[in-house]
Design a protein around this ligand. Structure first.
Ligand code: GTP
Ligand code: MG
Length: 198
């Protein structure tokens, strides 16, 4: 899947404009600035595919990417927990995201990104509650693993796994990645390949 050429498909701000149901979809969610867009670029091997920024709140719509001749669409979601975002905007995003999560039969899994330096925050628990409610399987990815030492990462993985054990829709495996140092990217690709091809 990831040997293919990836291209931007469309950006969506309301449910009426979603692309037609087709390929299997996976989506990347998480706090603003956690590294969603960077991870999509690392996975697809296209640096400028998803727009990244050091300023939180860069991705404000559902952005769809597709590969030619591969039956997979990747969705970059707007980040949550962005303090400066106007309230009405946050509400609109939340409504759109929830509507998408609930109403997308081809959505196979959400990768929920958590910053390795911060671990699970209250706002992440809210996101998990939303995913549990929408009954969409989600798998945690610990991002920016280059920012913490290996023993701390191991500890964080264990803590996070324990945290997920009582959540109905949580997938019981955690992957740590660094888009910058290209760590864990092959592991995540393998997970996605397995998901899509089975
Ligand atoms: P929003 O679109 O605002 O929700 O953010 P995002 O989650 O898409 O984050 P984005 O990929 O734009 O990355 C945010 C910042 O984190 C950028 O400055 C990236 O360079 C940096 N970053 C992303 N991944 C990594 C990583 O693996 N390691 C390090 N050290 N920095 C990273
Ligand atoms: Mg982004």
């Amino acid at each position: 899947l990831f040997a293919k050429r990836w291209d931007f498909l469309t950006s969506v701000t309301d449910m009426a404009n979603l692309p037609d149901i087709g390929d299997t979809e996976i989506a990347f969610a998480g706090r603003s600035n956690v590294g969603k867009s960077s991870l999509i670029n690392a996975l697809t091997g296209r640096k400028g595919l998803a727009r990244t920024s050091s300023t939180p709140g860069r991705t404000q719509m559902l952005n769809f990417f597709s590969a030619d001749e591969a039956p997979l669409t990747i969705v970059d979601m707007p980040g949550y927990g962005y303090a400066q975002a106007p309230k009405e905007l946050v509400e609109a995003w939340t409504n759109l995201v929830f509507a998408y999560l609930r109403g997308r039969p081809t959505l196979r899994r959400v990768f929920l990104l958590i910053d390795s330096r911060h671990g699970i925050k209250p706002i992440d628990l809210q996101a998990m509650a939303l995913l549990d409610k929408a009954a969409v399987i989600y798998q945690v990815v610990l991002t920016k693993s280059d920012k913490i030492k290996p023993p701390a990462l191991t500890r964080l993985k264990e803590e996070t796994l324990a945290n997920l054990s009582k959540r109905p829709a949580a997938f019981p495996a955690i992957i740590a990645t660094s888009s910058e140092k290209v760590n864990g990217i092959e592991e995540l690709r393998a997970e996605i390949n397995h998901l899509v091809l089975n």
